[in-house]
Design a protein around this ligand. Structure first.
Ligand SMILES: NC(=O)c1ccc[n+]([C@@H]2O[C@H](COP(=O)([O-])OP(=O)(O)OC[C@H]3O[C@@H](n4cnc5c(N)ncnc54)[C@H](OP(=O)(O)O)[C@@H]3O)[C@@H](O)[C@H]2O)c1
Length: 295
């Protein structure tokens, strides 16, 4: 059974396309007040108009922020807190895959900054509002590829050697490690933190990173709407009330696979439960962003 999300306040980052837009659509269909975070005003407005038209819910707004910029991420959190009475759901969805090693304006490797540090910052900067609105949820988009790597603290930002797939997998591993650690820190507050892999979804992420692979596998991949199914379940299911520090993987990775379970709660890789790794990652994140637990 689903939470009654009507009138609830929700944020979805990276909702100008793909899975994020489909999650925002699902929440708007349920009557939620949805804030979609986009970095491009035109794409943001188009996504908002499309969602409003399809759902009839006018309570969808765009907030602009380039999440690779720490200042813009901080401004976004402050401005949301100043203008909204509550926050019941934060979905950290924005993500990139970068062919080359590119640094953000803050001098951080782009994949690590957008996929992980923005999630760390937004969650911590908004945690007080989530607490005062409890019961509330944070849902972080990770990926099953987190299992293919370990956190290499000597090369966390590809300083020594950069590999696109490893940088992406490492950022998604960081998301899972952080999710479990934040969940533990928020235990008993009424704020739950879970992470989810949506499966292989045909989206701009793959189109931009590997046209060839995407072109070849596109027919096998799910569309964003199908990809949003498990994240929406984790965000809104009443069955998951009070459940925290969990990892969900879609039971159906590819379009035609036989397994069509709604979702599978399963264990993430062993490293994601390592408290020493989590503490070390947290300390580095604090240093890199100046944001501590609870802002
Ligand atoms: N697709 C898959 O197979 C798959 C599998 C596992 C996990 N995931 C995860 O699912 C999430 C959504 O991915 P997707 O497949 O839906 O990809 P997508 O269609 O490329 O969507 C990514 C979203 O993130 C936004 N974004 C990127 N950089 C940003 C920045 N600096 N500031 C603000 N927004 C930014 C993009 O905005 P623009 O429109 O401006 O580019 C876009 O709205 C990601 O976290 C990804 O890692 C995807």
């Amino acid at each position: 059974m689903s939470w009654d999300i009507s009138g609830k306040y929700c944020i979805v980052t990276g909702a100008s396309s793909g899975i994020g837009k489909a999650i925002a659509h699902g929440l708007a269909s349920g009557g939620a007040n949805v804030t979609i975070v986009c970095r491009n005003a035109v794409r943001g407005r188009e996504a908002r108009d499309e969602i409003v038209k399809a759902t009839g819910n006018e309570s969808v707004e765009v907030m602009l922020a380039d999440l690779s910029s720490q200042q813009q991420t901080k401004d976004l959190a402050h401005s949301y807190r100043d203008t909204h009475p509550a926050l019941h759901l934060l979905v950290n969805n924005a993500g990139v895959i970068m062919e080359q090693r590119v640094l953000t304006a803050d001098g951080i490797e782009m994949t690590f900054a957008v996929n992980y540090l923005a999630c760390y910052m937004l969650s911590n900067l908004l945690v007080d509002l989530l607490k005062s609105s409890a019961p509330s949820r944070i849902v972080n988009l990770t990926s099953a590829v987190h299992r293919t790597v370990r956190l290499d603290f000597a090369n966390l930002q590809g300083e020594k050697r950069y590999n696109r797939d490893q940088a992406y997998a490492q950022s998604k591993l960081a998301d899972a490690v952080f999710s479990h650690e934040l969940g533990r820190r928020l235990d008993g507050t009424g704020v739950t933190v879970n992470c989810v892999c949506p499966g292989a979804v045909s989206s701009h992420l793959w189109e931009k990173s590997s046209r060839l692979v995407h072109g070849f596998f596109k027919a096998l991949m799910k569309g964003p709407q199908e990809g949003a199914r498990v994240p929406l379940y984790v965000a809104t299911s009443q069955d998951l009330d009070g459940m925290t520090c969990c990892y969900f993987q879609t039971g159906q990775h590819l379009k035609f696979s036989r397994v069509r379970t709604k979702s599978t709660m399963t264990r993430s890789s062993a490293e994601t439960y390592n408290r020493e790794v989590a503490a070390r990652l947290w300390e580095i994140s604090e240093k890199l962003t100046g944001v501590c637990f609870g802002g």
